[in-house]
Design a protein around this ligand. Sequence first.
Ligand SMILES: [Zn+2]
Ligand SMILES: [Zn+2]
Length: 573
Amino acid sequence: MPENSDIVKVFYEIADLLDLLGETFKPRAYRRAARSIEALSEDLADIATRSELEDIPGVGKAISQKIQEFLKTGKVRALEELRAKVPSGLVELLRIPDIGPKTVQKLHEKLGVSTIEQLREALEEHRVRDLPGFGERSEESIRRNLELYIKQQQRSPINTVYHLAQKLLNVLGGLSGVEKIEVAGSLRRWRETVGDLDILIASEKSEPIMSAFTQLPDVKQILAHGPTKSSIIIRDGMQVDLRVVKPENFGAALQYFTGSKAHNIALRRIAQKRKWKLSEYSLSDKRDGRIIAQRTEEEIYEALGMPWVPPELREDTGEIEAALENQLPKLVELSDIRGDLHVHTKWSDGRDTVESMAQAAIERGYEYIAISDHSKRIKIAKGLAETKLREQIEAIQKIDEELSDIRILSGVEVEILSDGSLDFSDDVLAETDVVTASIHYDTRGSEEEMTERLVSAMKNKYVDILAHPTGRLVGERPPYSVNLDKLMETAKHYHVFLEINSHRLDLPDVEARRAKDRGLKLVVNSDAHWANGFEIIKFGLAVARRAWLEATDVINTLPFSKLHRILKHVHIN
Ligand SMILES: [Zn+2]
Ligand SMILES: [Zn+2]
């Protein structure tokens, strides 16, 4: 069944194509119709059955016919014809901020530019400035806008989007008339990267909220400004969509806009079996239009015969089946975490002392931390030589004795050298309490080489944890090639715990889930390099939750009295 949003997309595309063909009035008519349809709370199909399409503002005979054609065939012939007339890349060029149809036409006709890539080349070769009416300044402005556009197409790592979202929630949440505010979309599902940022507000009056939103100081461009939905691009290129809904529809809207698409399709199927309809407005009975649930997500899930599903699980990877059988996992929570086993200090590349890291951990209510500074091979991170490490072990012991609120373990993040041996001898490793092994250099080996290197390190009898096993730094550095199955098998056999590193987010949630399914336990660490750095554990925890992990799957939820028994060589004092 086509949705209203599908026809909205068709009409916007028709408008863009007509723009490019130099039409002046028709594009406006299509956009007006598209906006009215966006604001509808009813399916076009239902309106069409009552022959009331032309009652929709902006929908005349011609447009109404196209809606009917689309409902019947899933296509609109006029659109296909327009597409045949205009090179397909030109519509995308229109999405670049401040570039209108006339500019696109000129770039196309005079410079043969019909794709983003070709525009980039033309700019690099300074061919744009020579066009009549352009010049150096407009070339520069097109270049900047193109960069912004390209950035906006990329997904951003969750940690940057998260902080932006918090700021926006604070500002928008303080506006008068806002009854509820939440993020939706992939940020609410805590995906490791986020495309657009979706915010949802419940309010009786949307206009003042929308005006405030489009006038935020960071707005770079306004993509849309409507009564129910507005979209902006903010300074760093991120698109933010705000929807304002009536308080009674908030639960249905939150459910709908949180996604994922696959999860929502599966839920709608369950609704359909009962002759119900689940939309962004409500769960209702198709036969008489009776509202079954709409105000909260909990009511909606309950009406569909299942408990509320945590957003992190909403990917249609078994969560609906589990929910229907009341078998959802009890996901690990921040309050379950009792310590952090990957912490850096001034001794290597950290910014704070052992004392201040310990103090910050105490303030978080942690029972233990392991100081794990780099080993000597990593000079760039001021890795410790043996003598320095021994000095540090002594220093930590003293501080540990002074502080009664926390156990401070001496550990090390020991480098796995190119041949798979470790940067410290076993004698030195034996003096520490926890050994975390990892790779930071020479990461270009083949999958076999990298896997063999990691595996041989994991076989060392002192290694407890394999840190950031894939080496990825989300959004910045790709993973090295490695056979994770082999690592998991080795981890199981040699009692090594794979790390979910909250800074790098290098272990994908699906892999962490496979590790759990293979019976492995994991550790969620911050890799904090300063006292405020502990808080990023929420991002690692999100990976754990998306991987269906419960507290029992994560070793740093254990009290110290149990933890020390599963680590290989903790010195108990
Ligand atoms: Zn590291
Ligand atoms: Zn580290």
